[in-house]
Design a protein around this ligand. Sequence first.
Ligand code: ZN
Length: 240
Amino acid sequence: MSSATGGLKELHQVHLDLDACHKQLKNGPRRIAAHEKKLTKKQAEIDAHKAHITSLQKSADEKNLQIRTNEQTVADTKAKLNQAKSNIEFDIFKGQIAKAQTANESLEDQYLELLEQVDMEKAGLAEMKVELKEVEAALQKTKDDFSALEPQVKTQVADLETELHEAEKCIPTKLMGQYRRLVIAHGPSTLAPLDASACSECFVELSPQNIVEVRTGKLVICKSCGRILYSPDPDNGPDA
Ligand SMILES: [Zn+2]
């Protein structure tokens, strides 16, 4: 078979390999950015949770202060009972004591409930901090992995670019301009192997004459999608 056919297959492979390398170089920073976003979100969740705990604790402290104030009122008013100048005044003091005591029963329930909530939310916060550590570790691993991979891939890219320059010699000079435009438009799928008698990119059937041309190494461009066609198995010839 013509060397041009094998050359096109090789050229396609170099394009595919280069594309895979470029994707690796792009995906690394993307994955790092995704992990960083997750970390920022987790940190914000923790900050909001801490603010919630502070607010609950503040409410609990206020309840506690009200309880202490009411207890003081009860003690002070009890001391006044003996000095009541009339039954009416005595009854007023009694009423004030009862009122403060009733208020405290309810306040103590609320206070205990708030303390329980604070404990529960603190346990939740501890779990969130563990999750934060996990997100941080995942981010660091992604960064480390990419730092190790990046120089290798860049070396590969440099080698493949040299290979590409060589492989492009199978494109006739008069078609080079068209080839360059196709590469800009379609990237690695500028070239497409034949799939039986159809273009593997757009699945449109080729004329029998075009099939023979592709198999004998002539540079054929798919009339439907504009890809440069080649025979995936040039050594088998037209009768394969
Ligand atoms: Zn096509």
